[in-house]
Design a protein around this ligand. Structure first.
Ligand code: BGC
Length: 763
């Protein structure tokens, strides 16, 4: 009621100068422009700017527009077309100060054209390809009137039980930091004020990937050194690259929820890192401060959040309701409110919206007749990026590439699965437009094709899991079972296999299994699919597994049964074509794992750059009081950085330009890489460094650089890496970022396990 009265007041003041009037507001000078605007704003208008509202299908559009016109909403998310967003911007232009709205969305791995999930993008180790995917996503999203994305998601994940592992770029600080920078630059282009750019808001700040037990939304309790050394750098890299926004995580950090964490948002983010941008809470996170048990009621929750530095409240209920009282009573100083408002207006300014509120909305006559039109997709680019993201894990007896003349049985619940192809967080992607594995293979074969298809199994026979996965789908069930009995499905697939020269089985997870709120205790391929694989193996036909999944799976048994294994993650709109390119050898696979594959879930967390310990495991010596599991091999199934090619590569002649390095000097590490096989191909030469004896324990190795190189059959190249003091720095026990004199091992390899090593001394 009170709110309505205030709205009335706001409307009554409609004759005041408008925000973008250049006579009264010098638009060229951001600070002066915003200061001038803020002087004109009422308390309610200021609070309105801090409210970010989700536009669901059920949302009463007229009411929203009324609220916008009254100055009660600063931005919305989840409305993703020009005709949807234009009336909202029109409403903002009817508001007293005509402050433009912004329109946000989760553009994570593509907008209309879906690229591989982030874990797949990372598997390409190809910064150019990753950047292209981000730029196209920005172009498509901005053409749909979007101004800002909640991405990149750069949470380091070392626990594949966590479903959102799929959404990040893997386990490694260096690789994820490189990608964070590339993605921010790709989304924002030359500037987030460009019409074809969108602002990036890096998430989830901070440490969300380290939730306890891989259980989503759980606590994070972590030593400061680990935080600084391993988990924080990717967020920092995104911010240093100019990310305009930060989304604050749902988890707590060492006892304090991120959403009310003053240390995180003020001391670290703004003071230490110099972030000058928009901090947005995650969905409903302010309200969740009650559940965390740090706020006794909504009023306290709103107070904690704004004081800690949450500028904008996503899916707001509490800022709108509680801030007026909190400000009037003085419990929240006006300066806290003003700081938040300044950031929201600053972000809108940086998005170019004050100069032109319709920058990305355009004119109605230019709206696409069909937002899903084929002509709006970037298929060629998606196929190119997707093929680079595929990782060949096994290839015995040159099972792959397949002959196009072969008779091929294509089986498995993921062989014809257009929704799963796109992965989770598939933005505006249309399943009907995604190319399935079966379609991709049949197109590659054309008329000559001899494909026989059988589903072979459902995703799982566990009804509880199917129900859970479908409960997460708001629109329509995604996991749709073939009602026939399990054995009948398997028998049909076995019949298909028997008629064929080779079997390609698409197995793994449905996309919802690797998603928000999809934590697993079991990393196996679901049992019914394992039965299918065993039955296919028993036919004696060559067996190729095409894995689709959003996290490392424990596939030891299936790897033994299969002749070839191709990890394809969820590879996007053009996934089927890209996989066919690799299966038939039109593209030689070049992806490398950005995350370790454990042998069993009990080994988790397992990552390559673990710290040194006093009793390291000695291979081949069980029971000798060293750190090990006695019931499992103590190595990963596939190490970080691993991935095969249809050709072979060798490394030789590693050399360091010197055995010493001065603090201000540089050292050259070189190695010859040779394509010793018969096909042209690409590989990733990886440089790792180990600090042999430091003032504290240090990782056994850390990725510090890499180069993806293309070599013709028989060709060789000398690869050079420059090493300087920065590559040797780490956060010590005082959290000082230092390089300590002493011995360093330099290791170069084509994965993190098999490396050649040389040493030097930092003087
Ligand atoms: C997720 C965020 C996402 C937001 C808006 C939340 O549930 O944690 O990553 O940006 O929803 O869709």
């Amino acid at each position: 009621m009170k709110k309505l009265c205030l709205l009335g007041l706001a409307v009554g003041l409609a004759s005041l100068p408008v925000a973008a009037d250049s006579k009264t507001a010098p638009i060229e000078n951001k600070d002066a422009f915003i200061a001038h605007l803020m002087k004109q704003m009422t308390l309610e208008e200021k609070i309105g700017q801090l409210r970010l509202i989700s536009i669901g299908p059920e949302m009463p559009r007229e009411l929203i527009r009324k609220e916008i016109a009254a100055g009660n909403i600063g931005g919305t998310f989840n409305s993703i077309s020009r005709p949807e967003n234009r009336p909202m911007q029109d409403a903002a232009m009817r508001s007293r100060l005509k402050i433009p709205m912004f329109f946000a969305y989760d553009v994570i791995h593509g907008h209309r054209t879906i690229f591989p999930i982030s874990l797949g993008l990372a598997s390409s180790w190809d910064m150019d390809a990753i950047g292209r995917s981000g730029r196209i996503a920005a172009q498509e999203a901005s053409a749909d009137s979007l101004d800002i994305t909640f991405a990149p998601m750069v949470d380091i994940s070392r626990d594949p039980r966590w479903g959102r592992t799929s959404e990040g770029f893997g386990e490694d600080t260096y690789l994820v930091s490189r990608i964070a920078k590339v993605m921010v630059q790709a989304y924002q282009g030359k500037s987030p004020s460009q019409a074809d750019s969108i602002m990036a808001s890096v998430k989830h700040f901070a440490l969300y990937g380290a939730v306890e037990g891989g259980r989503d939304y759980n606590v994070v309790d972590m030593s400061p050194v680990k935080m600084y050394q391993t988990y924080l750098p990717p967020y920092r890299a995104a911010i240093d690259a100019g990310a305009g926004g930060v989304m604050v995580a749902l988890n707590s950090v060492n006892g304090v929820p991120a959403t009310s964490n003053t240390w995180l948002m003020q001391d670290l983010l703004r003071k230490d890192w110099g972030f000058k941008g928009l901090a947005v809470s995650d969905h409903g996170a302010i309200f969740e401060l009650l559940k965390h048990g740090v706020a006794k009621d909504g009023r306290e929750a709103a107070k904690l959040a704004i004081k800690a530095g949450i500028d904008m409240s996503m899916n707001d209920s509490l800022y709108g309701k509680e801030l007026p009282g909190l400000i009037k009573s003085g419990e929240v100083p006006q300066s806290d409110l003003d700081n938040a408002v300044r950031e929201v207006l600053g972000a809108k300014y940086d998005m170019g919206l004050f100069k032109d509120p319709y920058l990305r909305i355009g004119k109605a006559e230019d709206d696409p007749a069909d937002t899903n039109a084929e002509s709006r997709l970037h298929r060629a680019e998606a196929r190119d990026v997707a093929k680079r993201s595929l990782v060949l894990l096994k290839n015995e007896k040159q099972t792959l590439p397949l002959e196009k003349s072969a008779k091929i049985a294509v089986v498995g619940p993921l062989a014809k699965a257009p929704i799963d192809m796109m992965g989770s967080w598939a933005a505006a992607g249309q399943p009907a437009q995604s190319v399935t594995l079966f379609d991709g293979m049949s197109r590659a074969l054309g008329d000559k094709g001899q494909l026989v298809y059988a589903r072979g199994s459902n995703i799982t026979t566990d009804k509880k899991i199917v129900d859970y996965l479908n409960f997460l789908n708001f629109d329509a069930p995604e996991v749709v079972d073939d009602p026939r009995p399990e054995q009948q499905l398997i028998d049909e697939a076995v019949q298909a296999a028997k008629q064929a020269d080779v079997v390609v089985a698409a197995v793994g997870e449905s996309r919802g299994m690797s998603h928000e709120s999809s934590s697993r205790t079991d990393l196996n391929i679901p049992e019914t699919q394992r039965k299918l694989i065993a039955a296919l193996k028993a036919t004696g036909k060559p067996l190729v597994l095409v894995l689709m999944n959003g996290r490392p799976l424990t596939i030891g048994q299936e790897q033994d049964q299969a002749d070839a294994v191709l990890e394809t993650w969820f590879s996007g709109t053009e996934g089927g074509n890209a996989i066919a390119d690799v299966l038939f050898g039109d593209y030689n696979p070049s992806g490398k794992l950005p995350i370790t594959f454990p042998r069993s879930v009990g080994q988790v967390p397992m990552y390559y750059n673990h710290l040194t310990i006093g009793r390291p495991f000695t291979p081949g010596k069980p029971g000798n009081y060293t750190s090990q599991y006695f019931d499992e091999e103590n190595t990963p199934l596939y190490p970080f950085g691993y991935g095969l090619s249809y050709t072979d590569f060798s490394l030789s002649n590693m050399a360091l330009s010197s055995t010493t390095l001065n603090k201000s000097g540089k050292l050259d590490a070189s190695i010859t890489v040779r394509n010793t096989g018969k096909r042209d191909g690409e590989t990733v030469v990886q440089l790792y460094i180990q600090d042999v004896a430091g003032s504290m324990i240090r990782p056994v190795k850390e990725l510090k650089n890499f180069q993806k190189v293309m070599l013709k059959a028989g060709e060789e190249k000398v690869i050079h890496f420059t090493i300087d003091e920065n590559d040797l720095k780490f956060y010590n026990t005082q959290l000082k970022y230092v390089a300590e004199p002493g011995k360093f091992n330099v290791q170069i390899g084509l994965d993190s396990r098999d490396v050649t090593q040389q040493s030097f001394e930092l003087l």
